[in-house]
Design a protein around this ligand. Structure first.
Ligand SMILES: *Cc1c(COP(=O)(O)O)cnc(C)c1O
Length: 351
């Protein structure tokens, strides 16, 4: 480890109050957090300190101009107490790609990686070992500098918090193909994990929920004729035995789960296609029975199977399969993540 990190430990751990057999997702927080400030034109030394509220002036630019980005990743612990991350450098690189787009200074890779590993060592008891559980990790950066002038701030904060978490979604997910609103536009920030992207999703999602759906399938902003993402996840569609996903672009987030699933599927003899998927094609496939599966892919849920979808006034149910790709691929990827299977790709990183 090259980065020197001061550690201030909690006086009393909160861990005894946590029921590890009934963990929610992302709402119980571990004892510590990593913080690092960008001031006077450079990143200062990172610190580990007790998880606690932070103080900001009301004039902090994050509140006014939304310079805020984040990442989502997970840590796992195997039966021998090894701590593992999954492709963590990809998260660091993507955070910096988001940073560039929002004019936030990039975080040095050593601060991100060394800081994260040190935090996991300090809070290693917080990493759940139950099946399906993991330590959800939330790195984020935002403008802490002040001013009502609409320009980039002169100070930023990088924080990593963690939350021991159970499985993300439960039950059948019904989605609505969006025809009016858009998540992202050409030339916009859809490819970045920018906080504002999610704020903008809430309203159309709320309308879909009022109509009896759980999530929105985002379509392209221009024609609404091509499906792009499922909520805050990448989307996969299986027509006959071919697994299809949309190509990444300005508007589509380059998901680590998405690209891992594509690789695993290809290496296990599943035919894959990366191409635009039209709404008409999906509706037609649902009608003629060739639409076998749809699922979302992302770190939180890994794979979230879709049970049915709405399009205009029509609703379509997906068949219940004996061995869906969703189940097979989810097992393969989580077995690699949790050290239950060989990792021919070098994706697993031990802490
Ligand atoms: C985070 C995210 C994903 C999934 O990315 P992963 O790296 O697989 O977690 C997909 N779409 C959107 C919009 C996201 O924010």
């Amino acid at each position: 480890m090259t980065t020197s990190i001061a550690i201030e430990r909690v006086e009393t751990s909160k861990i005894t109050a946590v029921d590890f057999d009934n963990l929610p997702f992302g709402s119980v927080y571990s004892d510590h957090m990593l913080t690092c400030d960008f001031v006077n034109g450079k990143w200062q030394a990172p610190k580990i300190e007790p998880f606690a509220p932070i103080s900001l002036a009301p004039s902090a630019k994050i509140f006014h101009y939304g310079q805020s980005i984040f990442e989502g990743m997970k840590a796992y612990k195997d039966a021998d107490n090894n701590i593992m991350l999954f492709r963590p450098l990809d998260n660091c690189k993507r955070l910096n790609k988001s940073a560039q787009r929002l004019v936030i200074p990039e975080i040095p890779e050593e601060i991100f990686m060394d800081g994260l590993k040190a935090l996991l060592e300090v809070d290693s008891d917080w990493i759940p070992t139950n099946d399906g559980s993991s330590l959800y990790i939330r790195p984020f950066m935002f403008a802490s500098g002040n001013g009502f002038h609409a320009s980039p701030a002169d100070a930023y904060k990088f924080i990593i918090c963690t939350a021991p978490s159970g499985a993300y979604f439960g039950g059948k997910v019904k989605v609505l193909i969006e025809e009016k609103y858009a998540r992202a536009a050409n030339g916009g920030v859809g490819y970045a994990k920018a906080g504002g992207n999610y704020a903008a999703q809430f309203y159309p999602t709320q309308l879909a929920i009022e109509k009896g759906f759980n999530q929105v399938i985002w379509t392209d902003d221009n024609t609404h004729q091509f499906i792009e993402e499922a909520g805050a996840m990448n989307i996969f569609v299986r027509i006959n035995d071919t697994l299809i996903t949309s190509p990444t672009s300005d508007r589509i987030l380059d998901g680590i789960t998405r690209k891992s699933i594509l690789q695993i599927a290809e290496d296990n003899g599943i035919e894959t296609e990366v191409r635009k998927i039209s709404v008409g094609e999906v509706v037609e496939a649902a009608k003629n029975g060739s639409l076998k599966e749809m699922f979302g892919a992302g770190t939180a849920a890994v794979i979230s199977p879709i049970a049915g979808f709405g399009h205009k006034e029509d609703e379509f149910e997906l068949p219940v399969l004996e061995k869906p790709y969703a189940t097979i691929l989810k097992k393969m990827i989580t077995d690699i993540q949790t050290n239950k299977a060989e990792d021919p790709y070098g994706w697993r990183v031990f802490v």
